[in-house]
Design a protein around this ligand. Structure first.
Ligand code: ATP
Ligand code: MG
Length: 463
């Protein structure tokens, strides 16, 4: 409090850097204030005008340093969530245990987080513990028997906040007023050297939160960074700790990796580190089969291209591709056992979806769209009579067609089939009529097929 008043009264002058921090001027990092988005800038300015600290932190600073456009901007402050909320009319506190504040400007949202400590060191100085007001006894580290941190919701100083972050490149604080970067662990140098390095003792930090191993693979892939050897070493032994993480959190992390724009590299990085058992165990079966591997590589490459060119990509489509090699395997096995193709496919789909629930926990809301994409695949083979016209009008045609192209690319079906559908879509009426083939498909059913609940719906695969 006293420090805050001093800061307010003396403005920027008494910049007492805490232990170990390097304050780098513009020339050393190159990030200009005008590279921030307006909302983040406004949040920092408002905080600072009220005597609080306000820095852009984490991914945005890192991305600007390596010349990437940040996905979003996070702000760290010594103001409590309640103090932040009072400063911004359009803001709300999110979360109960780990409270953060969402500040809205226009359609944008900035996440504002109060400096936190992971409880590693007791707070010696009342002033340092700027926002907390908790007694040192409450700052004891709580971990489970594997070293997993059970509580990370203790306010702390800016230095504590830097130390609780995962990698050196994620612990950089940008002060827009001075265009300076506060660097506690050499993150700017690591960014320049394209090196991903854990803060503190890697084994302890991975034990505290095993998801950091997945984050390491994701950042290495996204930034094309090398993982520092000391950081990498414990991963092989600690990978099984991912089994103790709630499936929903693993799923969120899988989604971040798959939608990062660098999924192809990320997935192979994951497998190289032996981390896929805990995140995408199905990779083993897929990548062991050359057609499966070609199919998944093509799917991830096309997802990456969509994301890099700012086209949306649907998680349901992505998971439909990841599970497809298993569906195909089961489908063909059932067919070989005498089941008719279409019913065999539907049985295979249900079996694969049921089996993945214990592994990956893909939310059920994606089932409808995945099943539609899969279920439409045999209909692409039917190129006679009215069938192609009806398929073209199906609401899920576009996603199913994109999926067919991936199958054609991997050699699972003839390339000619994909090309035929590409031409058929663009052809005029006469050309289409000329393209139709002798109707070799199954006879139309007499009875209308009743949809099972949940077979429709889901989100659209954007064109
Ligand atoms: P992205 O571009 O993927 O958003 P990011 O670095 O912003 O990257 P977030 O998951 O948004 O990643 O987290 C924001 C910041 O919070 C990180 O930069 C890091 O400093 C910190 N952080 C997030 N998750 C962890 C974790 N599991 N352990 C330690 N620090 C974390
Ligand atoms: Mg982020």
């Amino acid at each position: 409090m006293i420090r805050r008043i001093i800061n307010k009264v003396f403005g920027r002058k008494p910049r007492v850097a805490s232990k170990g921090v390097h304050i780098l001027p513009l020339a050393a990092h190159g990030i200009r204030r005008d590279q921030l988005d307006d909302c983040a800038l406004k949040v920092c300015e408002t905080l600072s005008a009220s005597g609080f600290k306000g820095y852009v932190v984490g991914g945005a600073v890192r991305d600007l340093l390596v010349g990437k456009t940040p996905k979003d901007f996070d702000v760290a402050t010594d103001a409590t969530p309640e103090e932040v909320r009072r400063l911004f009319r359009r803001s709300r506190i999110i979360g109960r245990r780990f409270q953060i504040v969402h500040v809205m400007c226009g359609r944008e949202t900035i996440e504002v987080t109060t400096f936190r400590s992971n409880g590693q060191k007791e707070v010696e100085d009342e002033d340092e513990q700027s926002a907390g007001g908790k007694s040192p006894a409450e700052h004891k580290r709580q971990t489970d028997e594997h070293g997993r941190l059970l509580s990370d919701n203790v306010f702390g100083s800016m230095e504590d906040d830097a130390a609780r972050r995962d990698f050196t490149i994620n612990a950089l604080y940008y002060d827009p007023a001075r265009e300076e970067v506060h660097d506690y662990f050499g993150g700017v140098a690591d960014c320049k050297a394209r090196m991903l390095r854990m803060i503190g003792d890697p084994e302890t930090r991975f034990r505290e939160d095993p998801v950091r191993m997945l984050r390491a693979a994701r950042f290495a892939a996204k930034l094309d960074f090398h993982i520092d050897e000391a950081t990498r070493k414990p991963v092989a032994t600690l990978a099984p700790l991912l089994a103790n993480i709630p499936r929903a959190r693993i799923f969120d992390e899988a989604l971040k990796l798959l939608l990062s724009g660098h999924a192809l590299r990320g997935v192979h990085q994951l497998r190289a580190e032996g981390l896929h058992h805990g995140m995408l165990p199905l990779l083993d079966t897929i990548l062991d089969d050359p057609t499966g591997e070609r199919f998944i590589n093509a799917a991830l490459k096309s997802t990456d291209e969509r994301i890099q060119s700012d086209r949306p990509s649907s998680p349901a489509f992505l998971f439909a591709t990841l599970l497809w090699p298993q569906v195909v395997k089961r489908w063909h096995a059932l067919e070989a056992a005498g089941e008719r193709p279409q019913p065999a496919l539907f049985v295979a789909m249900d079996e694969v979806l049921d089996a993945q629930r214990s592994q990956l926990a893909i939310p059920r809301r994606y089932d409808g769209m995945m099943k539609e994409i899969w279920g439409l695949q045999p209909r692409f083979e039917q190129r006679g009579g009215q069938r192609p016209y009806r398929l073209l009008e199906h609401p899920r045609f576009r996603a199913a067609y994109d999926f067919l192209l991936l199958r054609a690319e991997s050699g699972e079906v003839d390339r000619e089939l994909g090309d035929w559908w590409t031409r058929f879509q663009d052809a005029d009426e006469d050309e289409r009529a000329g393209m139709l083939m002798a109707d070799s498909g199954p006879k139309p059913r007499r009875r209308r097929k009743r949809r099972k609940p949940g077979e429709t719906g889901g989100e659209a695969q954007p064109a």
